[in-house]
Design a protein around this ligand. Structure first.
Ligand SMILES: [Zn+2]
Length: 313
């Protein structure tokens, strides 16, 4: 049983296997008019379904760009198809995390996720703008992960939602898709964002995914805002804030426990506050007014990031 209810029906994406791109579950729509190539990707993690609902809806609606090119993709489809209600968190991946393999594509590995990343690479390389649609294990407010560069923060501000823009370096365990190639190069005009829409199976996460997608497409200039379903847009927050991540804490052996439940985005007033213990080692805030980003209130494997810490800039 899961403590997290599943509030929507999962989309039947098997019907999108045969795209027009030569690569399964990748659909490319060229308007024939000059403009950027925009990629919307869902299911980087197989159980993060809100993004799949959005990409499924765009395909079902026959949505097409007016300028440039739109790429719609489902990444870790094998993980998605492995979903089991009895163990809903297991379908995040098959062999390894698809979003940690992007520095190893030319290496010798041969996992499900490496093979899929190699298949998606030409499309990721072609994209000028990438929106990667994710969601979170725990109930947490939506977060835009903008990467380490100024251009990511600027793009997130143009999108205009959600409130929290997270400026972060990614994971020492491997490069994310959103940091790959030109997206991670300060001298490239390419831009990528990763939206965490909320808890994986909350209806509210679908609302966030639709809103962010509509805004991202409008910012890209390949559509007119009126082309998108009118009910996808939500009111913009009055302001956004940027949290610079300075610390990422990984559990050494999977025995991390917080002292209490944290929902994420709490600001802890005092430096040195004990948040929890990794086996015997206390984990403390490194400075005053520390923001807790994506705390894992659940057990994770050894080596996995259980908390990021940062400050509002
Ligand atoms: Zn994810």
């Amino acid at each position: 049983m899961t403590e997290h209810p599943i509030e929507f029906a999962f989309p039947d994406i098997a019907r999108w296997r045969d795209g027009n791109s030569g690569t399964p579950f990748v659909h490319v729509f060229d308007s024939g008019t000059a403009g950027p190539t925009v990629m919307l990707n869902a299911l980087t993690h197989g159980n993060e379904v809100s993004g799949a609902i959005v990409v499924d809806a765009l395909l079902a609606d026959g949505f097409r760009p007016q300028r440039g090119t739109l790429i719609l993709s489902f990444a870790n489809v094998e993980a998605y198809f492995s979903f089991n209600r009895a163990h809903p968190f297991k379908s995040r991946m098959i062999d390894e995390d698809f979003n940690r393999v992007w520095s190893r594509l030319d290496g010798p590995g041969d996992t499900v996720e490496l093979r899929r990343a190699r298949a998606l690479r030409p499309f990721v390389e072609r994209a000028d703008l990438l929106l990667d649609l994710h969601s979170m294990h725990d109930d947490c407010v939506p977060l835009m992960l903008a990467g380490p560069l100024d251009k990511g923060v600027a793009l997130a501000r143009r999108v205009g939602t959600p409130v929290d823009i997270i400026r972060d370096k990614g994971h020492p365990s491997g490069r994310r898709m959103r940091d790959y190639g030109g997206f991670g190069d300060p001298d490239s005009p390419k831009g990528a964002l990763l939206i965490e829409t909320g808890q994986h199976w909350r209806a509210s996460s679908v609302a966030v995914a639709k809103d962010v997608t509509a805004r991202f497409l409008a910012v890209s200039g390949i559509v007119k805002p009126a082309d998108l379903p009118a009910d996808w847009r939500q009111p913009a927050p009055p302001a956004q804030r940027v949290v610079q991540v300075t610390h990422a804490v990984a559990t050494r052996n999977g025995k991390f426990r917080f002292n209490r439940r944290y929902d994420g985005q709490e600001i802890i007033a005092r430096g040195g506050t004990v948040l929890g213990h990794d086996e015997e080692t206390p984990i403390t805030t490194p400075y005053d007014n520390c923001v807790l980003v994506m705390p894992s209130n659940h057990r994770v494997r050894a080596g996995v990031t259980i908390l990021r810490m940062g400050h509002v800039v």
